[in-house]
Design a binder for this molecule. Structure first.
Ligand code: FES
Ligand code: FES
Length: 383
């Protein structure tokens, strides 16, 4: 058991809890605040969204012990909040709820949009709310309700801050204490989803390799070596311009193995490459197609190489619900981050640390991330 002390809806709460207790269970069972609902318990549906230090956060993938010293606000804590009052009225007027299961998370996400994006139109609201799933309404009433509150408030709300406004769409993240390092060692932000083609998800990353561009470019021409740096990837056939293989991804209880092929184009002069591929998973009946563009540029007077990667993909079938989520983008970030680490290890002559062909496992990321935070917790308390 571990001690925590935090503020919940403005009230100080102290407790001894099991380290494995997630925040949603803590709120529902210890604090008796059952307005926080649990749907998927995998960070996908958004039903469990609460505010942690004023930021919407998935309480089902946030361990309660990480919340020591923070301020949590649940749906029960907004009785005096004017924006929430307006949203509640608008949700009733616009028939934005039926069973109400999604509504507490939806309202907390909607309030964040109203405060953060006073100019948001229906399209932006849809993007921002894409991390909150509703099985009943068809979303139209919800979008109309949020739009009507934004319109009615007009210029009453000044954007909270440019940093907050730039925050990505409704987050699919767990809480990360500010004194802890962010998990991925990547430098470029995830690009806004609206930059992608309609129905496609897009993100951009970059990483630094401590080798000259020539060495990195040569490595990228070695298809088996590149595939060996990708967790979960398996190469079955290839020549200089094409490759066939399988990518296995494990997301919570779901494991999907996408078999497919890719065409590779390389521009030696510009040190830029494009990989276009398509694949399908028989188990889930899902299909995907995508494009990865990578560019090399010299840094540190040509001694180092920045690798910029843009990934754009479209997912159809039963796994398509995940493609809208920040969780998948986060998984993509971690995939690129691990790829960068493996590539560096390989270029340094060491054995790539994850060239095992084992499935890319989201649970492993979450577990590693949790252990990091747990260590930080003990360090802070000097236990
Ligand atoms: S219950 Fe937390 S996101 Fe679904
Ligand atoms: S109102 Fe039923 S899930 Fe949204």
């Amino acid at each position: 058991m571990m001690p925590i002390a935090l503020s919940v809806n403005g009230r100080k709460v102290q407790a001894m809890i099991e380290p494995r207790t997630h925040l949603a269970d803590f709120l529902r069972e210890h604090c008796r605040l059952a307005g926080t609902h649990l749907g998927c318990e995998h960070g996908v549906c958004g039903a469990c969204t609460v505010l942690i230090d004023d930021k919407p956060t998935r309480s089902c993938i946030t361990y309660a012990v990480q919340c020591d010293g923070v301020a949590v606000q649940t749906i029960e804590g907004f009785d005096d909040d004017p924006v929430m009052q307006e949203l509640r009225t608008a949700f009733s007027r616009e028939h934005a709820l039926q069973c109400g299961f999604c509504t507490s998370g939806m309202l907390i996400a909607a309030r964040d949009i109203v405060r953060r994006l006073p100019d948001a139109d229906a399209r932006r609201i849809r993007i921002e709310l894409s991390g909150n799933l509703c099985r009943c309404t068809g979303y139209l009433g919800i979008i109309n309700a949020v739009e009507s509150v934004i319109a009615a408030r007009g210029s009453k709300i000044a954007a909270v801050s440019s940093a907050a406004a730039a925050r990505p769409a409704t987050p699919f993240h767990a809480f990360v204490p500010t004194d802890q390092p962010a998990a991925p060692a990547l430098t470029a932000p995830v690009s806004a989803p609206e930059e992608a083609r309609t129905g496609w998800t897009r993100f951009e990353e970059s990483f630094l390799v401590p080798r000259p561009p020539g060495a990195v470019w040569a490595m990228f021409a070695d298809i088996p070596a590149v595939v060996a740096c990708l967790d979960g990837a398996e190469l079955t056939e290839h020549d200089a311009d094409t490759a066939k293989g399988k990518m296995t991804v494990k997301l919570g209880p779901i494991q999907a193995g996408f078999s497919g092929s890719a065409v590779i184009e390389r521009d030696d002069g510009a040190q830029r490459g494009i990989i276009r591929g398509a694949g399908s998973d028989k188990g889930t009946g899902s299909r995907t197609k995508g494009e990865i563009v990578y560019r090399l540029s010299p840094e540190a007077e040509g001694q180092q190489t920045r690798v910029s990667v843009t990934v754009e993909y479209n997912l159809q079938g039963s796994l398509a619900q995940f493609s809208r989520s920040g969780l998948v983008r986060e998984l993509g970030r971690r995939l690129v981050s691990d790829f960068a680490a493996n590539l560096n290890a390989r270029l340094a002559g060491a054995e790539a640390r994850a060239a095992t062909g084992a499935p890319l496992n989201a649970g492993r990321f979450i577990w590693a991330w949790f252990l990091d935070r747990l260590r930080g917790f003990f360090r802070r308390r000097k236990i």
